[in-house]
Design a protein around this ligand. Structure first.
Ligand SMILES: CC(C)(COP(=O)(O)OP(=O)(O)OC[C@H]1O[C@@H](n2cnc3c(N)ncnc32)[C@H](O)[C@@H]1OP(=O)(O)O)[C@@H](O)C(=O)NCCC(=O)NCCS
Length: 145
């Protein structure tokens, strides 16, 4: 059964494994641990029974949800799970009376861009030379509630 639950450091090993399997520039385990323990951190995972298919989260500060990472593990990508997950999270934050959600995306990441647009995000800005590993441009995308 598919379910979405809040997660924290108790799932660090699995979340870090998914992060490393799906990004060229993953966070170190220590960075991910610090992120999950941040006082404003709100992270969620999508499960099939007890299996984590992916995770998403960031910082909820003053009515603004800044999403720092969303990932669906490779074997489960391109099956609309990312869309389902992000749309669900957006509904959750609407009910929490959030004002907006913010996410950044690499200019080349057409798949993520599409998923964010489907969840109601629009491009609000562009940051040139933003990513340290290859100097790629980031789009800043905002979802107003
Ligand atoms: C980005 C990510 C979260 C999306 O989740 P997902 O479950 O794979 O995505 P979905 O299946 O919900 O949607 C993918 C969409 O991209 C489309 N797509 C697939 N390949 C594509 C391509 N090469 N170019 C353009 N669009 C593409 C799909 O058709 C689908 O759109 P549709 O619903 O209009 O058909 C997931 O692919 C992922 O974790 N990627 C690696 C990590 C990453 O890039 N994270 C985002 C940055 S933080």
């Amino acid at each position: 059964m598919i379910k979405i639950n809040k997660v924290g450091v108790e799932h660090l090993d699995k979340l870090s494994e998914i992060d490393h399997n799906n990004f060229d520039d993953p966070w170190s385990k220590e960075m991910l641990k610090n992120e999950l323990e941040h006082k404003n951190a709100e992270y969620y995972a999508i499960f099939n029974d007890d299996e984590i298919l992916g995770f998403c989260g960031g910082w909820y500060v003053l009515d603004e949800y800044q999403i720092n990472k969303i990932v669906i593990d490779k074997p489960h990508q391109n099956k609309k799970i990312g869309q389902l997950f992000l749309v669900y999270i957006m509904e959750l934050y609407r009910t929490k009376n959030a004002k907006r959600a913010i996410i950044e995306v690499r200019e080349s990441n057409k798949i993520a861009y599409k998923v964010y647009v489907k969840a109601g995000f629009d491009v609000s800005g562009r940051r040139e030379n933003y990513y340290q590993n290859n100097g790629e441009t980031a789009y800043v995308m905002v979802r107003e509630f």
